[in-house]
Design a binder for this molecule. Structure first.
Ligand code: SF4
Ligand code: SF4
Length: 459
C-alpha cells in the first residue's frame, strides 16, 4: 500500500479519502471524496463550533494543531487553493494560540480568521460570506464561489486517510446536565449509553440531544436513547432533564404547530428579518409561510403555491427564527420544514437566485450566542473547564449502514466473520455513498437493513 504525499498524484489523494470512508464530520455527512474532487481558491476550515455547548472542535484544535495545519497544507496543494483559512471564534484563545504556534513552527501559509460569538457562525454559507465577502447562490455550494469548506474533524480524518487509516472512531463531547463536560473517543456504532457512562450525569430522568441544542436530534424516551449509536457525524451528546424547555419544544406535533401559527402569529416579521440566510440575500420568508400554512391544501395552483411557500426551500433549518426571534414562541422553522416537504410532494422546484445580494443590516442582526443560550434556558450548563478525554470500550457495537448523505453502504462482512479494527465491513454503494469500517474487534452477530452488529468473541 502506498501513502499519499504532497505533490503526489491528484487522484490518489481523492481515492485515499474515498477508500477511508471520510464524510463531513461536522454536518450531515457529505462524502468528502466528492467535495475534494475539485479546485478552489479558498480552503476554509470550519472550527467555529456552530452550536452552543459543544466542545469537540475546540478539543481537536488544542490537541492536534500540528496535524491540522500540516493536513490543511496538503489539502490546499491538492485543491490548488491560494487561500487557506482556519475560521474559529475569536474567544477561543487557547485554540487560536495552539494553531498559530503550529503555523509558525511549520512556516505554513495558513491564516486564522477570528469570528464573533454569534449563531450560526459555523453555517458554512455564513462562514464563506464572513471570510471572503462572497455569497453562495440559493441552494448552491461554497464551490460555486470558489470555496471548499471542511470541518476540522474532517481534516483529521483526511490526515488519517492519507496514511491509509480509515474512519473507525469518533471524538465527541458530552455536555449539559453533567458534573463536568467530557470528551470521548468511541468506535463507530458505540451505544450512546456507553458514552454517557463516561460522564457524571446530574439528573436521573434525562433526555439526550445528538448534536447541539439548535439542530441536534432529540432522543426523548429511554428506548430512543438505548437505540442511538455513535456515527461519523455525532459530535456531541447534550444531556438535559427530560422536562427541559427544549424537550417540550422538540416534541410538539405538526398539527399543533400549524394551529398555533394560524392563531398566534402576529406577523411581526422578526423570524424573517433576523433569518441569517435571508440576511445574506437568499429569499427566505418564514412569516409568509406562517401566515398561509393553515390553508396550504386549498392552494391548488402550482405557481401560487410556489409564490407563497417557495421560500421555504432556501431555509437551512438553523432554528434562529423559532428558538430566538419569534416573540410568540411559534415554530417557523418546523413550518418551513413542513412546507419544504410539501414542495417536494408537489414536484415544485423554486427558481434559485444565482446572485443574491446581502442585506446592509447583516452586521447588526447577528444573534449573540450568550443571549441565545439564555433564551434556550441553557445558562446553568455552560462550563469553562477543559474537558478530559476518555476512551470508550463498548461490549458491542451496531454500525449503521447510512452515516452519510446518499445511499446506504452495502455489507461486505457476513454473520460469523471475525473482524478487526480498520476492516471494511460495508462498501460504498454506486453513486453518492461511503465505505464503512469497524473500530471494534469481534464477531459479526447480525446484519439488518439498518446496520451491522458486532459483538465480542465467545471466550
Ligand atoms: S430556520 Fe428560520 S432562521 Fe434559520 S434559515 Fe430557516 S427560516 Fe431562517
Ligand atoms: S416572528 Fe413569530 S409572530 Fe412574528 S411573524 Fe414570525 S412566526 Fe409570526
Amino acid at each position: 500500500m502506498h501513502h499519499w504525499q504532497t505533490g503526489g498524484d491528484e487522484m490518489e489523494f481523492v481515492e485515499a479519502i474515498q477508500k477511508a470512508g471520510v464524510v463531513g464530520a461536522g454536518g450531515a455527512g457529505f462524502p468528502t471524496h466528492i467535495k475534494q474532487n475539485a479546485a478552489a481558491e479558498y480552503l476554509i476550515i470550519n472550527a467555529a463550533e456552530c452550536e452552543p455547548l459543544i466542545e469537540t472542535d475546540k478539543y481537536l484544535c488544542r490537541t492536534f494543531a500540528d496535524r491540522i495545519v500540516e493536513t490543511v497544507e496538503k489539502m490546499a496543494a491538492h485543491l490548488k487553493a491560494g487561500h487557506r483559512v482556519i475560521a474559529l471564534k475569536a474567544k477561543y484563545k487557547q485554540e487560536i494560540k495552539a494553531l498559530k504556534e503550529a503555523i509558525d513552527r511549520q512556516k505554513a501559509g495558513v491564516e486564522i480568521f477570528e469570528m464573533g460569538t454569534y449563531y450560526p457562525a459555523g453555517d458554512e454559507q455564513i462562514m464563506v460570506e464572513q471570510v471572503t465577502g462572497r455569497v453562495v447562490p440559493e441552494r448552491g455550494l461554497p464551490l460555486n464561489v470558489g470555496c471548499v469548506v471542511e470541518n476540522v474533524g474532517t481534516v483529521l480524518a483526511i490526515a488519517d486517510a492519507l496514511e491509509d487509516k480509515p474512519v473507525t472512531d469518533k471524538y465527541l463531547s458530552v455536555t449539559g446536565a453533567v458534573k463536568e463536560p467530557v470528551m470521548c473517543l468511541a468506535p463507530l456504532g458505540t451505544p450512546i449509553e456507553d458514552v454517557l457512562r463516561q460522564a457524571e450525569l446530574l439528573v436521573k430522568d434525562y433526555a439526550v440531544i445528538l448534536g447541539g441544542p439548535m439542530m441536534g436530534k432529540l432522543k426523548k424516551d429511554r428506548e430512543a436513547v438505548r437505540e442511538a449509536v455513535v456515527t461519523k457525524t455525532t459530535g456531541n451528546l447534550l444531556v438535559l432533564p427530560s422536562d427541559h424547555y427544549l424537550m417540550k419544544r422538540g416534541t410538539m406535533s405538526v398539527e399543533r404547530m400549524m394551529r398555533q401559527a394560524a392563531s398566534a402569529c402576529i406577523q411581526c416579521r422578526a423570524c424573517t428579518d433576523l433569518c441569517p440566510r435571508q440576511l445574506i440575500g437568499h429569499n427566505v420568508e418564514p412569516h409568509r409561510v406562517m401566515r398561509n400554512i393553515w390553508r396550504q391544501e386549498s392552494v391548488t395552483d402550482a405557481a401560487k403555491f410556489e409564490r407563497i411557500f417557495g421560500s421555504a426551500a432556501n431555509c437551512s433549518s438553523c432554528g434562529t427564527c423559532e428558538m430566538f426571534s419569534c416573540p410568540m414562541g411559534l415554530s417557523p422553522r418546523k413550518m418551513n420544514d413542513y412546507a419544504k416537504a410539501l414542495l417536494r410532494e408537489r414536484g415544485i422546484q423554486p427558481e434559485k437566485n444565482q446572485e443574491p445580494v446581502k442585506s446592509t443590516a447583516l452586521g447588526h442582526r447577528r444573534i449573540p450566542t450568550e443571549r441565545l443560550i439564555a433564551r434556550l434556558d441553557l445558562t446553568p450548563y455552560v462550563s469553562h473547564g477543559l474537558p478530559k478525554l476518555y476512551e470508550v470500550t463498548p461490549k458491542e457495537v451496531f454500525v449503521p449502514l447510512s452515516q452519510h448523505i446518499g445511499k446506504p453502504a452495502v455489507p461486505v462482512a457476513a454473520v460469523g466473520d471475525e473482524v478487526k479494527r480498520g476492516d471494511l465491513i460495508a462498501e460504498a454503494a454506486e453513486g453518492l455513498s461511503a465505505n464503512i469500517h469497524t473500530g471494534f474487534e469481534g464477531v459479526v452477530k447480525e446484519i439488518t437493513p439498518q446496520g451491522i452488529r458486532i459483538g465480542r468473541r465467545e471466550a
